[in-house]
Design a protein around this ligand. Structure first.
Ligand SMILES: C[S@@+](CC[C@H](N)C(=O)[O-])C[C@H]1O[C@@H](n2cnc3c(N)ncnc32)[C@H](O)[C@@H]1O
Length: 425
């Protein structure tokens, strides 16, 4: 979960993590040098910082997802907590929506993208196997390290779970992606004073003087490295460079918002093509995309002039993506209007859009909790506390949304029975 996005002083970073980060810094510096004086577009840099097989955060950062075996003795494990890690009630409520989808399709197949620690898969398998003994649960995760952790956790369900290396040819069933879209690399843009769109690239600070001679005059080293003010954490050696946007990015930005000099934000072109591409391989079924974000008019609101990039390290959130390479998560909020448009472009239908709280309540979460024994106060409090986080407007309830898209499904979706906000997209 990316709740509590306040960044006080960071805690001590373990030595193993520091070594991993130094290795990542060198790998990224090498990629930048190979790319030449304009460095790497931020989207490519973010991709490498998260998914490089040797140095990326999701490839093996020693602390992610609170793996207790990762760093012995660490005071705080993990960098952030997601809904399925908080409580099994998230998966149990989701199962209430998935169950009628599988029944109506007549195909008890689930495909989860980015299964992380495997917690959601475990909760869904527990909840659904009694009614769907032939359930097949497919997982596709770009992180081999996490896939191994999922395999260990889901060993008791080995007969039902299968990991995929690539997208299926044709899939029928229910697709789930919880906090996956926000982990896809984004392009960073900034409107110039001249009302042109610029893309932010990443360069090595150490090479700055030499590089500047080779750069066009309208390129500027931007003070966005996040390491230039007195309050900022130590520099990583990377910083941003403004480069005229490609025609494709320029067009995409202008389609979303008017020129606002100095305004900076992100566009997730990779997530859009991932959603559009689903139209090719989802033969029949529903995809539930759960993430934090808003519709385009809120995303590109004039007051949100610094974008939504957020980094997570040891349960601290901050907005300095170029720091702590390889050991911090980097995310951006999701533009759900863009995701809905991408779905339509891929020939999919938009079946529902609402807040996480509304979705879970529609699925009957409160009624399910009503079955708990309230006289066992200790257990009751333990169960209810995390559920309040899922539902609270101040935490995950309102910022997180559920978007349902799909193909050839003739079913009213329970999770959107009240409070469907498709009209706001
Ligand atoms: C923030 S974690 C969320 C994990 C999990 N869904 C949860 O809720 O705890 C993002 C996950 O998405 C995976 N991921 C990122 N991009 C992906 C993609 N294009 N396809 C599949 N998995 C992806 C990462 O490896 C990671 O497991």
């Amino acid at each position: 979960m990316r709740a509590n996005p306040v960044a006080p002083a960071l805690p001590q970073i373990q030595e193993a993590a520091q070594r991993y980060s130094e290795n990542a810094r060198q790998q990224l510096a090498g990629l930048i040098n190979e790319a030449g004086p304009q460095g790497l577009p931020f989207s490519r840099w973010m991709h490498a910082a998260l998914y490089d097989p040797l140095a990326g955060y999701y490839a093996g950062a020693p602390l992610k997802f609170g793996d207790p075996s990762a760093v012995a003795g660490a005071a705080l494990q993990g960098d952030f907590v997601t809904a399925p890690q908080l409580t099994p009630w998230f998966g149990r409520a989701l199962a209430r929506q998935i169950s009628p989808i599988l029944s109506s399709l007549g195909t008890p197949h689930i495909l989860e993208f980015g299964a992380g620690s495997g917690a959601l898969a475990e909760h869904l398998l527990h909840a659904l196997l009694p009614d769907f003994p032939d359930l097949r649960y497919f997982i596709l995760d770009v992180s081999p390290d996490l896939a191994q952790r999922q395999q260990r956790r889901l060993a008791p369900f080995a007969n039902h779970v299968q990991w995929l290396d690539s997208l299926p040819q044709a899939f029928e069933g229910c697709v789930i992606a919880n906090e996956v879209l926000d982990a896809m690399p984004v392009s960073l843009f900034e409107w110039g004073e001249d009302e042109n769109v610029y893309e932010l690239h990443v360069v090595n600070r150490d090479d700055k003087d030499q590089d500047n001679e080779a750069l066009p005059e309208d390129s500027r080293h931007s003070p966005l490295s996040g390491a230039d003010s007195a309050d900022d954490p130590p520099a990583s050696g990377f910083e941003f460079l403004r480069v005229p946007a490609s025609p494709a990015l320029d067009q995409a930005v202008r389609a979303r918002m008017p020129a606002l000099p100095g305004y900076r934000s992100e566009i997730n072109l990779q997530a859009e093509s991932w959603v559009t591409g689903m139209g090719q391989w989802l033969a029949r079924g529903v995809a539930l995309l759960i993430d934090y974000g808003f519709p385009a008019h809120e995303y590109y609101h004039p007051q949100r002039s610094q974008g939504t990039l957020m980094c997570h390290l040891l349960h601290h959130a901050h907005s300095h993506p170029l720091l702590y390479p390889g050991i911090q998560d980097i995310t951006a909020h999701v533009d759900f209007t863009a995701m809905a448009d991408a779905a339509l472009a891929g020939g999919l239908e938009v079946l529902g859009y609402t807040s996480q709280a509304r979705f879970l309540l529609n699925c009957g979460l409160l009624q399910m909790l009503g079955e708990l024994d309230a006289s066992d106060t200790a257990n009751y409090a333990r169960q209810i506390g995390p559920v309040q986080k899922l539902l609270s407007e101040a935490e995950m309830g309102e910022l997180f949304k559920v978007l349902a898209i799909g193909k050839q499904v003739d079913l009213d979706l329970l999770g959107f029975a009240t409070g469907d906000r498709r009209h706001r997209l």
